[in-house]
Ligand binder design. Structure first.
Ligand code: DAK
Length: 255
């Protein structure tokens, strides 16, 4: 991989974007590499949590120099939406570690993750409006669901960057930490998640994501009811409850 790096730290996969000279702006080859990597991660049962982060800057958006002369068909040909949707649909928990800029497509990449942890010097936003476009890789869909319609419109219509503090107040990031502690805290979250029962985590993620996009409340409740009951078919449920009764720590097998 030319524009990305990937390493395993125990059972945690860590992806980094590596185009520092362009503040990690996402060009087409980078997103294609990311797509191939996500396909591999999907099939790798050893990976329990995925972290996406980059040194100094998360990603300053899509590469404007690669888009400036695109026509409609060429614009569609960037695989951003498809790739970010694959990340959103991963069955394992995902965490975006945001240092520096997470703008435009960079913020959309972070929004495709389950959690966002940012350093105090993070700057996030949707500057697309200032370029004559709008967010197009999940931003107009995921931001309103996460923040509410009016807050999302504020970010998207004005195109201004906001501080990590403001992002936390809005609920755009889960937590902010000092820059030098960022990866330490992200790893702590990931390690904790590794100790949870994988099947229950997977089903909880699937149920939350199905519920949030299901307009009929009764139907959403039914999905939850079925998925909840199905967990009683797992060894992890027996282990978790027996461990509680026997006053010991559970050891989950992911079955
Ligand atoms: N693209 C290309 N190069 C970029 C870049 C970007 N997004 N951001 C920064 N760079 C480059 C700069 O051009 C510069 O390189 P040189 O020109 O010196 O070679 C280098 O990184 C350092 O940047 P600056 O000199 O500008 O650094 P500053 O500290 O002064 O400013 C900044 C940092 C982040 C405020 C500024 O660079 C900036 O405003 N960058 C642009 C941010 C932006 O507008 N991002 C949104 C891009 S639009 C799609 C769906 C969605 C999308 C694409 C496709 N499909 C469904 C297909 C997403 C679109 C976007 O994200």
């Amino acid at each position: 991989m030319k524009n990305l790096s990937f390493e395993m730290i125990g059972r945690i996969g860590v992806v980094r974007i590596n185009r520092p000279r362009a503040l990690n702006a996402l060009n087409k080859p980078t997103v294609e590499e990311l797509d191939e990597l996500i396909e591999k991660i999907k099939k790798d049962s050893e990976i329990k949590v995925l972290i996406i982060g980059s040194d100094n800057n998360f990603a300053a958006g899509a590469d404007i120099k690669g888009m400036v002369n695109c026509n409609v068909e060429e614009a569609k040909d960037f695989s951003f939406s498809k790739t970010f949707q694959k990340i959103y649909n991963l069955e394992i928990p995902t965490i975006a570690a945001i240092d520096g800029y997470a703008l435009g497509g960079g913020l959309e990449l972070a929004l495709a993750c389950d959690f966002r942890i940012a350093s105090t010097n993070a700057k996030v936003g949707f500057p697309e409006i200032n370029l004559g476009i709008m967010p197009g890789a999940g931003g107009t869909i995921r931001a309103p669901r996460l923040l509410g319609v009016s807050r999302a419109k504020e970010l998207i219509f004005f195109g201004e960057m906001i501080s990590a503090d403001r992002a936390e107040q809005m609920g755009l990031v889960n937590k902010i930490v000092e820059q030098e502690k960022l990866m330490e805290v992200v790893m702590e979250w990931a390690e904790k998640l590794c100790k949870k029962p994988p099947v229950a985590l997977r089903v909880a993620k699937k149920t939350i994501d199905a519920g949030i996009s299901e307009p009929k409340l009764n139907y959403a409740i039914k999905i939850e009811y079925e998925n909840w009951a199905d967990l009683f078919n797992t060894e992890d449920q027996k282990e978790g409850m027996r461990a509680f009764i026997e006053k010991r720590q559970p050891i989950y097998q992911g079955k």
